[in-house]
Design a protein. Structure first.
Length: 136
């Protein structure tokens, strides 16, 4: 799923995406008491970083994986995991990843570039898939 498709999905689902001059974090998402979400992205994000951050925040919004500042670390971790999992399947589909790894024999850098994601995100997706269902 491209970054443009993510923005279109957010628009269709009436999830506004705002650009902010964040200094300490690249992105965030919030849900109000009525269940409406909004996403904030650091205004300097571009390329793979923008793609990954937007997908992760959409994952929070579309799975309802939110927490408060006072929430325990365990619950926070579960919410972050849920948002990442949503993003992994949209940005790095396991069947396409497997093909690139096995048939095309591409490097990690080339695969990250193919999906327009950061290397860190790709490695986390690969780790997740390896734990869920090992590839051939």
């Amino acid at each position: 799923m491209s970054v443009a498709a993510l923005y279109e999905m957010a628009e269709r689902r009436k999830i506004p995406v705002y650009s902010f001059p964040f200094k300490k974090l690249p992105s965030l998402s919030i849900m109000d008491d009525d269940g409406d979400c909004a996403i904030g992205l650091q205004n300097e994000l571009r390329g793979p970083q923008e793609h990954v951050c937007l997908a992760h925040e959409m994952g929070h919004c579309l799975t309802g994986a939110f927490y408060r500042r006072t929430t325990s670390g365990a619950v926070r971790g579960k919410c972050e995991y849920k948002a990442d999992k949503w993003a992994f399947y949209r940005l790095v589909p396991p069947t396409v990843l497997e093909k690139l790894l096995i048939e095309d024999s591409l490097s990690v850098e080339e695969i990250a570039e193919h999906f327009d994601v950061t290397i860190d995100f790709l490695l986390r997706a690969m780790d997740y898939y390896a734990c869920v269902k090992p590839m051939k």
